[in-house]
Design a protein around this ligand. Sequence first.
Ligand SMILES: [Zn+2]
Length: 116
Amino acid sequence: MNGVNYASGTVPPDYRCASCGAHGCKLWRPYQTTMPRLLCVVCAEQDQGDRLDTSSSDQIGWYVPAVPMEEGDGFWGYTSVPAAGVAWWKSLPMALPMPKPLEFKTLYGIDASGDR
Ligand SMILES: [Zn+2]
């Protein structure tokens, strides 16, 4: 993952939920992995069977905030994220819940209901 610049507030194109494809929102990654699967709040909660409780933690089960490094390819360790990286991540919005299949079709012209 390249191209993140904390000061610009931009989001790398591949900073995307691996499950639903959400982009431009906060993402989480599994704790202690080098090639993580990124998940948005909705998918991470579903995957972990846990609810994000921002009053006590920013973790969801074993998932921790995914903060890409500005230089190089990778993510900061959970306890070593620089302040600018934390600010960048916190500035991202939460993912919205998945649109229902009908809304999805209306929005994207794709029939996601599974019937053909
Ligand atoms: Zn997702």
